[in-house]
Write a protein of this length. Structure first.
Length: 132
């Protein structure tokens, strides 16, 4: 495994040994998310209009904050109008819908992620729409 990158100072960081729970993380005020190995972000991430945003680290992003029967089909990680964004390294588990959803974003890099999901439509990276 490649060494874990150090996060820039303007990243939201979930430290090793920490579990951070939130219904929705939008990274308002941050340029990226870094989940250290041994750290867990429990919730969902929706990023809109954030060119160059990064989601990185070797920690876990866990969608079990929600329950599909109660909350419906909720994507775990959404990048909407985020050109040149990158997702690198994390393990994504327990989505309640799409695992990674990329919409209207050119030049997005998805690399070295692990995905584990058991619900219909949790089987990969879904690319929808094109910027106009």
């Amino acid at each position: 495994r490649e060494p874990e990158p150090l996060p820039p100072e303007d990243f939201f960081v979930v430290r090793a040994g920490q579990t951070f729970e939130t219904p929705l993380l939008d990274l308002d005020g941050y340029s990226g998310l870094h989940v250290e190995a041994g750290g867990v972000l429990k919730g969902r991430i929706v990023l809109k209009d954030k060119p160059g945003v990064r989601v990185q680290g070797h920690g876990i992003i866990d969608g079990s904050y929600y329950r599909r029967a109660q909350d419906g089909c909720i994507p775990l990680l959404c990048l909407d109008r985020c050109p040149e964004a990158a997702v690198a390294g994390p393990t994504l588990v327990n989505p309640q819908g799409w695992m990674v959803l990329v919409g209207a974003s050119d030049g997005v890099l998805v690399h070295g992620i692990n995905e584990m999901g058991a619900v219909v439509s949790s089987d990969g990276v879904d690319i929808v729409g094109r910027p106009t």
